[in-house]
Design a protein around this ligand. Sequence first.
Ligand code: 5GP
Ligand code: ZN
Length: 134
Amino acid sequence: MDCIFCKIISGNIPSYKVYEDENVLAFLDINPVNAGHTLVIPKKHFASIENISQEDLSEVIKIVKKIGKAIKRGLKVQGYNVMMNNGFVAGQIVPHIHFHLVPRIVNDGLKLWPQGKYGEGKANVILKKIKSAF
Ligand code: 5GP
Ligand code: ZN
């Protein structure tokens, strides 16, 4: 398969591996937002969080927790962002699901998304649409 992350898993593309086990790989992002920016991926290829089984996802999340703790302790940062982009419109460039762990430093200047407010009655309309699709 022509997937960059599958090639990293197989060793065809080199990476700085932070952690590896039977199911999960964590490695440094090649273009870090902050030093230590780590990607955590399942070794099986899934395009989106909707496709991965609960079992496989739970293996990945277990390692997200482990790496998060190590980032805090090892890099002496107070916090980190965990983020997953799903779909091209959401900024997903590599179609092999991955969690971004971005270490945060006080005053690092990183701004997250701007937020708005719901207009009158809008929240209920949105709520109905989401709940009707379960
Ligand atoms: P996305 O935008 O899909 O959520 O994130 C993909 C991430 O993969 C980007 O942050 C990008 O820097 C990283 N990336 C892309 N290609 C490579 C690569 O060959 N090696 C590593 N280590 N990271 C990569
Ligand atoms: Zn893949």
